[in-house]
Design a protein around this ligand. Structure first.
Ligand code: FMN
Length: 136
């Protein structure tokens, strides 16, 4: 079964741009190796992440690792559910961490395309990403 989780969270204490980059590179490398696709965004001390893949793997990653990670707090799950398709395998290398403003346009376009799939979760994700980034 395929599963997707989307959450927001807040940095516990500020990370400098080097530490943030390290976290993002770690997540992208690990997820691509583990067949976890999705996207991780950071904006003004807040994270928004959507990730998808094999149900057991996704739940394990979220509940045993990400939720216990002390670098962030106030983890709010926006949705978690079984999905019919992997939506992000076709985007970049499958998992993207976005910290550069110039990557946001391309993500927005991709989400706009996904919105037209008959998928309520992607429509929700598209709206959430847009409001998450609206401060930019
Ligand atoms: C905001 C945030 C998002 C994260 N996302 C992922 C992720 O998508 N994949 C991942 O493997 N680790 C992610 N991590 C890191 C995990 O919480 C944890 O540090 C890591 O999985 C430990 O891996 P290890 O047990 O193999 O050393 C994230 C951490 C934070 C703070």
């Amino acid at each position: 079964m395929l599963y997707g989780i989307c959450y927001v969270s807040t940095l516990r204490s500020p990370l400098d741009s080097h530490e943030l980059r390290e976290l993002f590179v770690f997540c992208a490398t690990k997820n691509i190796a583990e067949n976890v696709s999705g996207v991780l965004l950071h904006n003004s001390g807040n994270f928004l992440q959507y990730f998808e893949g094999d149900e057991l793997k996704i739940k394990e990653l979220f509940y045993s690792k990400i939720k216990k990670d002390t670098r962030h707090k106030n983890i709010i799950t926006l949705f978690e559910k079984e999905i019919n398709d992997l939506y992000f395998t076709g985007y970049k290398a499958g998992f993207t961490s976005i910290m550069e403003d110039n990557q946001i346009g391309s993500l927005r376009s991709y989400l706009n395309l996904l919105k037209y799939l008959d998928s309520s979760e992607m429509e929700a994700l598209s709206k959430t990403v847009n409001s998450f980034l609206s401060a930019k």
